[in-house]
Structures are given as structure tokens and as C-alpha cells.
Write a protein that binds this ligand. Sequence first.
Ligand SMILES: Nc1ncnc2c1ncn2[C@@H]1O[C@H](COP(=O)(O)OP(=O)(O)OP(=O)(O)O)[C@@H](O)[C@H]1O
Ligand SMILES: [Mg+2]
Length: 329
Amino acid sequence: MSPLTSLLRRTPARAGAPGAAAPSAGATLPSADAPSRGGLVEIRGVHKAFGDLEVLRGIDLTIEPGEVTVILGPSGSGKSTLLRAINHLEPVTSGLISVDGEVIGYRRDGDLLHELREPEVLRQRTAIGMVFQSFNLFAHMTALANVAEAPRRALGVNRKEAEAQARELLALVGLSEKEGAYPRQLSGGQQQRVAIARALALRPKVLLFDEPTSALDPELVEEVLSVIRSLASAGTTLVIVTHEISFARDVADTVVFMDQGRIVEQGPPAQVIDHPAHERTRTFLQRVRTGADAPVDAEPAGPADPSGPAGPDASPADHPRSHSPEDLR
Ligand SMILES: Nc1ncnc2c1ncn2[C@@H]1O[C@H](COP(=O)(O)OP(=O)(O)OP(=O)(O)O)[C@@H](O)[C@H]1O
Ligand SMILES: [Mg+2]
């Protein structure tokens, strides 16, 4: 942890305060063929505790723009918490996370950190998309409407433009035929591809995936992985939590192995996956390969944020670890 970081003190945001970053009525989206830009993610001395339970115990990680980082680790090691901290779904206890130099979730004022108000956090989150294990689509909206929703709501883009872009994104994930389908009419793999298209709709600099295939039947996994693979070469910074080791080897620039809230080792897949330096990494990889470390439970649903609305099929009541916007204060 940097000395500065350890000195920084935090103040909570005040609820209902003015200063909302309201969507502008005439906003436009970058064109679909605009060059992709990946964000630089810097994680410095991050600790996170839930009561007495210290879940992240000093995470330092630099994720270079446009790179693909895969996070591996046993259940409970803090992978989801770290991902959720990157877009401030989970405020950290100490330390700093920044994207392209902008501190996420806080405003710096001397050695004080003031937690940002919700509208400001939502603005930051438009640059940091998230794809959850449980899709979190709006059940009452078609695939097209699910994808068009965030730009309309978060950026104030008009319906025609948002839908035109949504069509391009559905084509990108191979679902042009399904734009009028509701989530219940789609397979799990198709729903997850809609969720990916939706996350892309705000043209994020950073895209976070939390076990995007672990809720899928085995025969549907590859269709989702191949969409993620195609994003990997498109320039967006990707951070992926997965148990798919061969996919990780294939797609990752950097593999990070976490255990008990710490990074045990990190490096290129040829190093961490094929020649791990630590016994804990070796044991974990062995267990995953034999299916002994399969995830035990569904991931929490996301809150109602612009990049990942929690639909009725993934309401906060479904999971005790879900967060409402109130939790962001
Ligand atoms: N909101 C919360 N309140 C209390 N404890 C929590 C909360 N969220 C996570 N935890 C605890 O923090 C620890 C890390 O959880 P996390 O979800 O980050 O693990 P994970 O590495 O993603 O595991 P998995 O592979 O099972 O998804 C666990 O012990 C979990 O029970
Ligand atoms: Mg998890």
C-alpha cells in the first residue's frame, strides 16, 4: 500500500445531494466502428472487510489498457469482491482503484477521500461494464430493448439510435435473429450473449466478467467463450473470473491467482497455468481440472446500474449478497 493511500481517510457520500450527472437529451453514441479504447486499471493496496471478515487483504494489480486478465482462485478467495470493487459495487475499506487515473467511487480532497454520490458513481460505471453469471436481463423486455436500454437511460440517447446500435451489437454476438425474443424464449447461452451485448452498449473502457459461463449447460459454454474471445482482440480491457482453465490459457495476457484475499502469483498463462510457482496454485489447478472446485452457488445479482440492470429474474431478494443503490452511499 502506498503511504498516501494508507493515510487517505474516507467520508461517506450524502444521500440526495445535488450535483447529479444528468443524461443530456441530445447525447450520441460513438459509432460502432470507432476505435476501441481500453482503460488502464490500477488497484493499489485494496483491503475489503465485511465486519470482522477480511476478504481482500492488500491487492496490488495493474491491468494494462486493452489487456485480458483472467482471475483464478478457490471459492471464497475474493474474486467477485475484487471485480465488484473495480466498479464500486463494493466500496473498499482502504486502498484505491482507478481507471485511466480517475479514482473510482471517491473524490480526492487532500488526504481525504469523499465517497462519490450515486449519480457520479453511475457515470463512472458507464465506462466499466459488468457481465454476471446470472445474466440479469430484464425479463419483460426483448433482447433488443435489453441492449438499447442502458444508452437510453444512462446517456439519454434517443430510441432510434439506441436500437440501431443494439442491432449491431446483437449481430456482433450472433443474435440478429433474436432481437424480438424475450429472455424466457432464449437459451442460457443466448441470454448471456444478450447480456454481453448490453454491457458493450455503453462502449465501456473496461469489461468485467464474473464467471460468465458457470450457469450454462456445457454445450452452451463455447458459444459464450467465443464471443468473449472476439472481444479480447477488439481493444477493450477485459477482466474475467472463470474456472475455464483452457479458455484462460488461450485468451489471457495475464493470469492472476488469488487465495484468501491475496494475489498469490500473476503472470502470463504459460507461467501461472503451466508452471505455477506456488503449491497453492498447483493444488487449485489440479482440483479445477478434476472438477473438485466447481462453484457452489450462483453469483449475486447486480444492482440497478446502467451497465447491468437487475431484472425481475435476478432481483436482490434472490441473493443475500445483492446490493441496492442505497448500498452505494
Ligand atoms: N456482502 C457480503 N457480506 C458478507 N460477506 C461477504 C459478502 N460478499 C462476500 N462475502 C464473503 O467474502 C468472501 C469472498 O467472497 P467472494 O464472493 O468474493 O468469493 P469468490 O472468490 O468470488 O468465490 P466463488 O468462486 O465461490 O464465487 C466469502 O467468504 C464470502 O462469503
Ligand atoms: Mg465469485
